[in-house]
Design a protein around this ligand. Structure first.
Ligand code: ZN
Length: 78
């Protein structure tokens, strides 16, 4: 039961990592703007605070999901 859950989560993290890398590439090429930031987390759909969107133009996830994602990236890098 937890195996299924874990692998689904990891696959989702991989997809998100790809999306974020793509997004980061685009963000580097274009003017950074808060307009590129998601108003709601792409993972959990919670609202992303405006301060976070300003601090991280193009951000697509809330703090908690970003941390989850980074954990996933570290695991995938091994
Ligand atoms: Zn989230």
């Amino acid at each position: 039961m937890t195996d299924v859950f874990d692998s689904a989560q990891e696959r989702e993290a991989e997809l998100l990592a790809d999306a974020l890398r793509d997004q980061a590439r685009r963000a580097g090429l274009s003017d950074k703007s808060i307009a590129d930031s998601a108003e709601h987390c792409q993972v959990c759909e919670k609202a992303i605070p405006e301060a976070r969107r300003r601090a991280l133009p193009g951000v697509q996830t809330c703090v908690a999901c970003q941390q989850e994602l980074e954990h996933g990236l570290r695991r995938a890098a091994r």
